[in-house]
Write a protein that binds this ligand. Structure first.
Ligand SMILES: Nc1ncnc2c1ncn2[C@@H]1O[C@H](COP(=O)(O)OP(=O)(O)O)[C@@H](O)[C@H]1O
Ligand SMILES: [Mg+2]
Length: 370
């Protein structure tokens, strides 16, 4: 082989070799780039998913805190920060026990079993341990729940009290009748007083049932309500009540003969009757009561005892009475304390408002505006 040929082949080989390496390098490079690109895309996707996930946790109405195995804060949403007084950025990596220092909470954290939630300060907390000692701490604001529970407790206490009062009176009379030899007249008097108490119990049960029906919430079935007829019944009821209370009260109704409206007859009947019997109950002999129906408005005016302004906003609360002693001693005069609560409920269900104007010693006006 001559030198030039030898040299030429060597050169060709070298060129091929270098070219080959370059090609391999190139393909290696592009493979690497592809992989890198895929990885970048992958991690962008992960980041996107993480952000979406964190936004979802941010949107949660509950407070969410992620804790590591040492109970240090990994992440928390704004609700948790607000409820627990944390700073969602600055407090990362801090021990939760250093930031939320309520003794009940520290005790809760220290235990092993997190089946129950912890309540303090109108907040409900629960720890949910998961992978490798990490834990999710969920926090809820339970102010409304606590308020509703308190209302329910008060209501049960009130109902029990209202039942116990006539019951005590009744059993006292029964004992008297059993142990004492009473004359016929005295017996009659005792039985009359007992009848009054049992009527009181009956009225309480009736009003409780009415309220619970209203509370059940289903919309009232609308029908044409014959207001003229309904108020005729109310007038009769008012006169009968005044007579049974032995009060001479001037009662005047002014209602067009064919007044009607859309609503629930039974609900309107109990609302109207409550307002009108109240005006009889809280008006003394010599007083007057005027009832009118005009332009979808019922107005009940009396020249009775009147109500001091500080009581007016609370009248529609269940069992709220202006003068407890007046009511308790009043025997059959006493209402159940639920009347105006029922009126307000019925008004709401009919899209009506209840307006009250009153002055002590002058009288009151109750208006239902539909
Ligand atoms: N027409 C009125 N005049 C004066 N006070 C009234 C009148 N209507 C209601 N009230 C006061 O409002 C309180 C609440 O009324 P209501 O809910 O009907 O309960 P009650 O069963 O005691 O009548 C009554 O206890 C009474 O003190
Ligand atoms: Mg009443």
């Amino acid at each position: 082989m001559s030198f030039p040929i030898y040299f030429g082949s060597l050169l060709a080989l070298a060129v091929l070799f270098i070219f080959g390496i370059r090609r391999r390098e190139k393909s290696l490079n592009s493979q690497f780039e592809k992989q890198l690109k895929a990885e970048r895309q992958n991690s962008a996707l992960h980041e996107q998913r993480l952000q979406a996930f964190l936004s979802a946790m941010q949107a949660s109405p509950n407070g969410v805190v992620i804790l590591d195995s040492a109970r240090r804060i990994v992440w928390c949403n704004q609700t948790a920060a607000r409820l627990l007084g944390l700073d969602a950025i600055r407090d990362v990596d801090q021990h939760i026990a250093h930031l939320v220092r309520e003794p009940q909470f520290l005790e809760y954290l220290a235990q092993e079993n997190f089946e129950n939630e912890l309540r303090f300060d109108n907040k409900a907390l629960q720890l949910h341990p998961y992978r490798r000692g990490r834990a999710l701490l969920l926090v809820r604001d339970v102010t409304d729940v606590e308020r509703a529970e308190q209302m329910r407790r008060d209501f049960v206490a009130n109902v029990s009290h209202e039942i116990r009062t006539p019951l005590t009176v009744l059993s006292g009379f029964i004992e008297t009748l059993q142990t004492l030899e009473l004359g016929v007249d005295e017996q009659k008097r005792y039985l009359q007083l007992m009848a009054t108490q049992s009527q009181r119990l009956g009225a309480l049960v009736a009003d409780l049932l009415t309220l619970s029906k209203l509370d059940a919430g289903a919309k009232p079935t609308l029908e044409r309500v014959d207001i003229s007829e309904l108020l005729r019944q109310c007038e009769y009821e008012a006169r009968t009540l005044a007579k049974s209370l032995k009060r001479d009260i001037h009662i005047q109704f002014d209602v067009a003969p064919h007044a009607d409206m859309l609503g629930s007859t039974s609900e309107l009947q109990s609302a109207f009757s409550n307002l009108i019997t109240n005006s009889v109950r809280y008006t003394l002999t010599g007083g007057s009561i005027f009832v009118t129906w005009r332009e979808n408005t019922l107005t009940v005016t009396d020249t009775g005892l009147g109500i001091a302004p500080e009581h007016v906003p609370r009248l529609t609360e269940r069992f709220y009475r202006v003068d407890k002693s007046r009511n308790r001693s009043a025997g059959e005069t006493a209402g159940t304390g639920l009347g105006l609560a029922i009126v307000k409920h019925v008004a709401q269900r009919h899209g009506a408002t209840l307006e009250i104007d009153s002055a002590v010693g002058v009288g009151s006006t109750f208006r239902l505006v539909f």
